[in-house]
Design a protein around this ligand. Structure first.
Ligand code: ADP
Ligand code: MG
Length: 303
């Protein structure tokens, strides 16, 4: 189990995190979400032991994670961290970057393991390519594979798919998160992308104003977002009568006391997002078709 206890931290006199407490069970996936600058990356760095802690403690199982004052080399063998920068060897091939930390005394095992990881990050056609000739997204995939090479007990991922294009993102997420579950690797992932969370995280933690404002399963937070900040992470939403409704929870009907004037319709793939003015406020409603500007609509709230 990972335990973060009473953690408060600032790079300067300005606090970045205040009184952070949470645990992650072995083999579970915790997503940390929050706006840019809310301290997601800082939490990962503190879990990794990059800084000495003045307030609070971090434990992995029975080991207290200590910072540079106590460790000549930052980090521990059981933990890997894929940062927002990737820190690869540019003049070396993809395969050699991934296998770098695997023992050369077991060449067959090393080869097999490297190949397995190359397939997980879908870089089979680039195994012998030098890293300097790869795109940003491809480099990010090499960094992921390298972190997995030695099968850490716990993996820290910072915006792990941010550089990867939409064509590859979906399958890569499934490959990586399924692999972690299969190997029972505990994972903490910082992200601002709901697709990294829904379907993969066992729990999610929301950071705001230096504190944890919610921690629950993605299902519970989605169904009952409580705060606009949480709802906005998932979808377009409305506040009607002080209650939060997603765009798909409002429905355009023929007759209703709730009226609005359409401003614009946005194509959204499976549906259109109709932007309209209701009681001088903008509202957003999912609808199967586009509706012209200035039309009056009636809508109801679905339970
Ligand atoms: P996030 O990952 O959620 O975008 P960060 O953890 O990177 O947020 O940053 C949290 C806050 O700490 C920000 O206000 C940022 O400017 C500040 N910060 C991050 N790294 C440093 C640093 N090395 N020195 C000083 N301030 C920092
Ligand atoms: Mg960050």
């Amino acid at each position: 189990m990972l335990q973060v206890k009473n953690l408060s931290f600032g790079y300067t006199d300005n606090p970045v995190l205040k009184d952070i407490n949470f645990t992650v069970k072995s083999g579970e996936n915790l997503a940390i979400i929050g706006e840019s600058g809310s301290g997601k990356s800082t939490i990962l760095k503190l879990i990794f032991g990059e800084y000495d802690l003045e307030h609070g403690q971090v434990f992995w199982k029975n080991t207290e994670i200590l910072g540079p004052k106590h460790n000549l080399v930052v980090g521990y063998d059981f933990m890997k961290y894929v940062t927002q920068e990737f820190d690869l060897m540019p003049y070396t091939s993809v395969a050699n970057n991934i296998g770098k930390h695997l023992s050369r005394f077991y060449p067959e095992e090393k080869e097999k393991r490297t190949q397995e990881l190359i397939t997980i990050v879908e870089l089979d056609n680039f195994a012998q390519t030098k890293v300097k000739n790869l795109s940003g997204g491809q480099k990010q995939r090499v960094a992921l594979a390298r972190a997995l090479a030695k099968e850490p007990e716990i993996l820290l991922l910072d915006e792990p798919f941010s550089h990867i294009d939409n064509f590859k993102k979906q399958s890569l997420r499934r490959n990586v998160f399924n692999y972690l579950k299969e190997k029972n690797i505990t994972c903490v992932v910082a992200t601002h992308d709901k697709n990294d969370v829904l379907g993969f995280a066992d729990e999610m933690l929301v950071l705001h104003n230096k504190k944890i404002i919610a921690k629950d399963t993605p299902q519970n937070l989605y169904k009952n977002p409580k705060l606009p900040l949480i709802a906005s992470f998932f979808e377009e939403f409305n506040s009607v009568n002080n209650t939060i409704y997603y765009a798909h929870q409002l429905k355009i009907v023929d007759h209703s006391d709730l009226k609005a004037i359409v401003k614009q319709s946005y194509f959204n793939g499976n549906s259109w997002l109709v932007e309209a003015i209701h009681n001088e406020h903008l509202i957003y409603i999912s609808h199967p078709e586009s509706i012209n500007a200035d039309e009056m609509i009636h809508f109801k709230i679905l339970d």
